[in-house]
Design a protein around this ligand. Structure first.
Ligand code: ARG
Length: 565
């Protein structure tokens, strides 16, 4: 239900009737219950244009406003606001419709587009670390969300699998892997050992350098070693993705090396446009108002991260047909993307109707506000962090007596991983983010556990009720009214979150929803003796829609619910 656009339409009609030229008017959710459900606040802006008193304008609109269907009541307030109350009968009917639909009344877009979401993008030379966590989680949510709303989403995992460090790594792999059994269990350690060998052993270092040239020129033996190394490293990543329960599959990998053949063509295209300038032997693109140029080819002929991104961008537009490309990458790469987008536009790689966006996010910090590190100052491996989350989650719930060991294990996975994801998604992505186990695994506050708990409570309510739920939603009091309005706002929230690529709008919504539900649950008895049957059924239906909304909201965030907690 696109609640807001329904309200917009009613106001639009009133504008026509009142003979005022319609402008994209301002309607917002009322900030306090006494202001109604929504508030029109466009009269002040119009008053300057129309040279009329805002209250008079508001009165004209009010007189023309249709209060017979969706709206129950409208009142002028303050300097010229119009407070709007939705009609409880209309709300009841709409929520009933939502309840009967698996998509909760949310239609797929009429004009879906192809969207590439570029996320995760770990480097193959090293193990995935916490820095890749945020990209993976935020990107996955954005992809889930857009595809739920009907867009055709193409997930692209732009892994770093090319570059000079691979010469060293494959030379070391060859040296260590005489019998073909090196498992590379610990990539981090492997990298360190290879580096130590490189620094200490002149002969090895020469070989490593030679191997760089050899992979680049397509030497079969070296490419085989390289492929082996990448396969193992990607296997580690897939393990993390599966643990994290994100929707990234091997098919989504479009590695940097995939674009190798397209790199010279990028240079040619830029050259044809007259955009290349030689500077200290390198090929550069100078951009207006940018201090540093974009280097696209080094003096020795080698290409750069930026060149690959330009090639990838062309591929996404020309071959994949993307109309929106969302790069979910660390805020520190802001300048890089700004420049890439500028070059791509200037070179005509993208037309105006393609939206390019850098979905930047801040750094993960520890409790002291320092970048997240292990106790001895190393980078935290993602896999270890996730395992720890599960252990910590099982400590939180281990006192639950009516669970078997297996149940606790299964629950701990859902709760622990959910907590890590939710905590990350629930803050404005551009902010740095303070990682705290205690906070994220709390039953109270804006946490996944609070949402999962609310969901489980509703499910247990249904178990206690036992029978079927037949009846109609009848809004009985202000609290039920507010709760239903909140439930019907879900689609608006999702649209907004998708537009701004801001998952925290979903978590904020869920938190408000669940907080409201908890109040309703405490104040309005459901299964207690003496509650009339119709009231009981109506409340159960409201609870049901709440549970389904929580479940759907969490599902978009990649978090599961549990039936019992
Ligand atoms: N591998 C890069 C890194 O770890 C991230 C890749 C992001 N995507 C892109 N198209 N550049 O920094």
């Amino acid at each position: 239900m696109k609640l807001k656009s329904h309200i917009h339409n009613i106001i639009k009609d009133a504008f026509v009737k009142a003979d005022i030229k319609y402008e994209p008017v301002m309607v917002s959710e009322a900030s306090k219950p006494e202001f109604g459900d929504y508030q029109f606040n466009g009269a002040m802006a119009l008053s300057k244009k129309l040279k009329k008193n805002p209250r008079e304008i508001a009165q004209n609109i009010l007189d023309a406003l249709d209060c017979t269907g969706m709206l129950a009541k409208a009142e002028i307030a303050g300097p010229g606001f119009i407070n709007l109350w939705l009609n409880p009968l209309w709300l009841a009917k709409e929520s009933q419709i939502a309840l009967q639909d698996v998509r909760l009344g949310i239609k797929k877009r009429d004009n879906p587009i192809k969207v590439v979401v570029d996320y995760s993008g770990p480097n193959m030379a090293k193990e995935m670390h916490v820095g890749h966590l945020r990209s993976t989680i935020i990107g996955d949510t954005l992809a889930n969300l857009l595809s739920f709303l009907g867009d055709e989403v193409i997930r692209q995992n732009h892994i770093g699998d090319w570059g000079t460090q691979f010469g060293m790594l494959i030379a070391y792999l060859e040296m260590k892997d005489e019998d073909g059994s090196v498992s590379l269990k610990d990539l981090e350690q492997f990298y360190k050992d290879a580096k130590a060998e490189f620094d200490a052993n002149e002969e090895f270092a020469d070989k490593a350098r030679e191997y760089v040239v050899k992979i680049q020129s397509g030497d079969k033996h070296c490419l085989q070693l390289w492929q082996k190394f990448i396969d193992i490293s990607l296997g580690h990543c897939q393990e993390v993705y599966d643990k994290l329960d994100v929707n990234l599959r091997p098919d989504d990998v479009r590695a940097e090396s995939f674009y190798n053949d397209a790199l010279p063509k990028v240079i040619e295209a830029l050259d044809a446009k007259g955009m290349l300038v030689q500077s200290n032997g390198a090929q550069c693109v100078f951009l207006e108002e940018e201090e540093t140029p974009v280097i696209v080819q080094k003096g020795d002929g080698g290409y750069l991260y930026a060149t690959t991104d330009l090639a990838a961008l062309r591929y996404r537009v020309e071959v994949l047909g993307a109309r929106r490309i969302s790069y979910v990458v660390d805020a520190r790469q802001r300048e890089h993307f700004k420049q890439i987008f500028m070059v791509a536009k200037e070179a005509g790689f993208v037309s105006k109707n393609v939206k390019l966006e850098h979905i930047a996010f801040g750094t993960m910090m520890d409790k002291e506000g320092k970048p997240f590190k292990t106790r001895d100052g190393g980078t935290v491996k993602l896999i270890d962090l996730l395992d720890e989350a599960v252990v910590k989650a099982s400590e939180t719930i281990k006192n639950k007596e009516d669970y078997s060991k297996e149940e606790i294990d299964a629950l701990a996975k859902i709760i622990g991983i959910g907590a890590v994801k939710y905590a990350d998604l629930s803050i404005n992505r551009e902010s740095n983010y303070i990682f705290s186990w205690d906070k994220m695994l709390s039953f109270e506050g804006n946490t996944s556990l609070y949402m999962q708990y609310a969901y489980a409570r509703i499910r247990s309510l249904f178990r206690r009720h036992g029978g079927s739920i037949k009846g109609e939603i009848v809004i009985g009091d202000t609290l039920e009214h507010r709760l239903v309005v909140m439930l019907l706002r879900f689609e608006d929230v999702l649209e907004r979150a998708a537009e701004d690529a801001s998952p925290h709008l979903i978590t904020t919504y869920l938190y408000e929803l669940v907080t409201l539900f908890m109040r309703f649950y405490e104040q309005n008895p459901i299964l207690k003796d003496g509650v009339e049957k119709e009231v009981k059924m109506s409340r159960l239906l409201i609870a049901d829609l709440t549970a389904k909304t929580i479940k759907q909201g969490l599902r978009l965030l990649g978090i599961k619910v549990v039936e019992k907690l």
